[in-house]
Design a protein around this ligand. Structure first.
Ligand code: SAH
Length: 374
């Protein structure tokens, strides 16, 4: 089926920042350092500072001679993101940061600390072109893709915040911790910025000092369901978790909730998800933003379970997300009893289903809200 939506996998280069260490593989870094007339082993030194010590301050890179340090930092570690502000809630355990890129573009990431883990929600694009009507980011359209390094630097920065013990630990007092999980559930459609997102995943998960050393299994890529890109991701040989934002089991409603459904229908998306399961042996997550009187009917719960079982078997889990209403939206979350019944029916239909915890509601942590306010 043809669609009027502009769906470009590796869209405009407009506004991309200068080259950064984190755009490059270790081999490419070594070449870049040599091209600058410096000793090739400096690439590993720089990488250790950035990926292992999470350090971007040249003054602290004292193992590199001052002149070389200055030049290498300028050429390979330009500052990409400047913090505009951070807001906290959940007694400080949730922290949302608004960043400004070199060209003034705004993007955001959210760090959530739990007793046993810390999860960072990152942006893959500034804005988003997918136009889902319930999503704050979707209302403003796509500004531009983020570069690989702009994606990676959100993670480096949060890993440093965790290490430095800025957020309260299990006993409520600020304590050092480790960034354990990364989810591509901030601004943007990760699979519409495919090449840079996959490179970022490798940089986030490669062992130090090649990358940040976070486990692949602890990284989640969430997509509206760009079926061909899901299949491509399945063939990358990665063990990342795939989340598919389904939001309803019928094409008629999904055409309006997730407009890209006009291009790739639910069947096509679920077939691609099945291919992902077959290639990776990983359980796929289905995201379902529950919207009062829109997609929360018992029959939709039954149909959801049925279609997921038919297409995906048992390697699937449904995450119900109570709708976080965006300013000016006519939609609201479902009442709790309706939500409970929905979850019960999906489970009864043979598909595990839980309600996602809703951190950060009062700091407008719903996708894109902080950037929209600015
Ligand atoms: N573009 C990707 C990733 C970003 S959004 C995707 O769509 O999957 C991450 C999740 O938050 C998606 O499931 C999205 O549908 C959901 N979401 C967006 N706005 C929301 C809102 N206002 N309330 C609840 N969930 C929302």
């Amino acid at each position: 089926m043809s669609s009027p939506l502009p769906l470009v996998f590796d869209a405009p280069k407009r506004g991309l920042p200068p080259r950064h260490l984190a755009d490059l593989t270790l081999a490419e870094r070594t070449e870049a350092v040599a091209a600058l007339g410096e000793k090739p082993f400096r690439a590993k030194q720089l990488s250790r500072h950035y990926f292992a010590r999470l350090n971007v301050d040249p003054a602290q890179m004292t193992d590199i001679p001052a002149a070389a340090r200055e030049r290498l930092a300028t050429e390979l570690m330009p500052q990409l993101l400047t913090e505009v502000r951070s807001v906290e809630c959940d007694d400080g355990a949730t922290r949302k940061t608004l960043w400004r890129a070199h060209d003034g573009t705004l993007l955001e990431s959210v760090l959530m600390r739990y007793p046993d883990r810390a999860t960072l929600c990152i942006s893959s694009q500034a804005g988003c072109g997918m136009a889902c009507p319930f999503c704050a980011t979707g209302q403003g359209g796509l500004q531009r893709n983020l570069s690989t390094a702009e994606i990676v630097d959100q993670v480096r920065s949060a890993a440093a915040v965790m290490r430095d013990g800025v957020l309260p630990g299990p006993d409520g007092k600020p304590a050092p911790g480790r960034l354990s999980n990364v989810v591509f559930m901030g601004m943007g459609e990760p699979l519409a910025n495919y090449k840079r997102v996959v490179a970022a995943v490798r940089r986030i998960t490669d062992p130090t000092p090649s990358g940040l050393g976070i486990s692949q299994r602890s990284v989640t890529v969430s997509t509206v369901g760009l079926a061909p890109a899901i299949r491509k991701l399945a063939d990358e040989g990665l063990q990342v978790r795939l989340a598919v934002s389904l939001h309803t089991p019928d094409d008629e409603l999904r055409d309006t909730l997730v407009p890209v459904n006009n291009r790739w229908s639910i069947d096509e998306v679920l077939q691609a998800a099945k291919y992902y399961i077959d290639r990776t042996s990983r359980r796929v997550s289905i995201e379902y933003a529950l919207i009062r009187d829109v997609n929360d009917q018992p029959w939709r719960a039954d149909l959801l379970a049925k279609r997921l079982r038919e297409h995906l078997g048992y390697l699937v889990h449904v995450n119900v997300i109570p709708l976080n209403p965006t300013p000016g939206s006519k939609w609201d979350a479902s009442p709790k009893d309706v939500e409970r019944e929905f979850v019960r029916r999906v489970n009864e239909g043979g598909v595990t289903c839980t309600v996602r915890d809703t951190r950060g509601q009062e700091i407008a942590a719903a996708c894109g809200q902080l950037a929209a306010e600015n």
